[in-house]
Design a binder for this molecule. Structure first.
Ligand SMILES: NC(=O)c1ccc[n+]([C@@H]2O[C@H](COP(=O)([O-])OP(=O)(O)OC[C@H]3O[C@@H](n4cnc5c(N)ncnc54)[C@H](OP(=O)(O)O)[C@@H]3O)[C@@H](O)[C@H]2O)c1
Length: 262
């Protein structure tokens, strides 16, 4: 028997015949999302800086439905190239997951180096906006059911000691999602996810060697997994979420409800 809500529209999955671009897709959360969309039938353009990482990531996906474009998310030429591959080789673009993000600085805001601060904004905020601009310029929204998903963080909602500037950039990403949803409706839905700590290379410093202690702060008593984020991402980008736009969805195992910070 099929559980209520788990039945898919056809054997091809919710994303059959649809084209998605996922940035930062060679590992971690981006890879989890890309795998999920591929499993549900999407054709995909995957991006990251390193081609070897992309090739490894794509090895488990159907080659005929996947294209790889290496480059820096903050580089306008790279963005244009990746979107162009989606349009010319896969036939268009229906879904953009602007996931790539960085956090190279640690420490209090009063000691923040402005060059490092600019780099964080260049990738996390302007890069994210640049992907949406490039996708829309190439026709995102011309077909029905277009969706954009941005990657914010719980650090954008509550202060997180040591990674304050990253949190400021993720608050900006959350506000981008809400503002773009208003600007791009009804042709394109725009939402964001705001995860707490997810077990990836990026977040390793936040839990390595003390995972049980960190997980104990979460009502669900575990850290997030890329698959947790992927499930929410796939829902928000699917037609099942066609009346959901302008939302920043927290994925945190209950951390904020319990009064915790990332
Ligand atoms: N993990 C968490 O706890 C957590 C929580 C909240 C939000 N997030 C957000 O989720 C997103 C993904 O994080 P993650 O944990 O999955 O990180 P991750 O495991 O380090 O993966 C990052 C991905 O982005 C690519 N990347 C990094 N810098 C890039 C750049 N400048 N241009 C293009 N691609 C780049 C990486 O490949 P290359 O190295 O080859 O470029 C890799 O594919 C980020 O926006 C992060 O802020 C993460």
């Amino acid at each position: 028997m099929v559980e209520p809500g788990t039945q898919r529209d056809d054997a091809g999955g919710r994303f059959a015949g649809r084209v998605a671009v996922v940035t930062g897709a060679s590992r971690g959360i981006g890879l989890g999302i890309a795998r999920r969309l591929a499993d549900e039938g999407a054709s995909l353009v995957l991006t990251a800086r390193r081609m070897d990482g992309l090739e490894e990531a794509a090895a488990s996906m159907p080659a005929e439905r996947v294209r790889l474009v290496a480059g820096r998310a903050q580089d306008p030429e790279h963005r244009a190239r990746a979107i162009d591959v989606a349009v010319r080789e896969l036939g268009g673009i229906d879904v953009l997951v602007a996931n790539a993000g960085i956090n190279p600085v640690y420490g209090p805001l009063l000691g923040l180096e402005h060059d490092a601060a600019r780099k964080v904004f260049e990738v996390n905020v302007l890069g994210t906006l640049g992907w949406v601009q490039a996708a829309c310029a190439a026709g995102l929204g011309d077909r029905a059911d277009a969706a954009v998903l941005l990657m914010s963080s719980v650090t954008g909602a509550v202060p997180s000691p040591g990674i304050g500037w990253y949190g400021v950039s993720k608050a900006a990403v959350a506000h981008l999602a809400v503002t773009l949803a208003v600007e791009l409706g009804p042709r394109v839905r725009v939402n964001a996810l705001a995860p707490a700590v997810v077990r990836t290379q990026f977040a390793r410093a936040l839990y390595e060697g003390r995972e049980d202690e960190v997980a104990a702060r979460y009502p669900m008593r575990r850290l997030g997994l890329p698959e947790d984020v992927a499930a929410a991402a796939a829902y928000l980008c699917s037609t099942e979420a066609s009346w959901i736009t302008g939302q920043v969805v927290t994925l945190d195992g209950g951390l904020l409800a319990a009064g915790g910070a990332a």
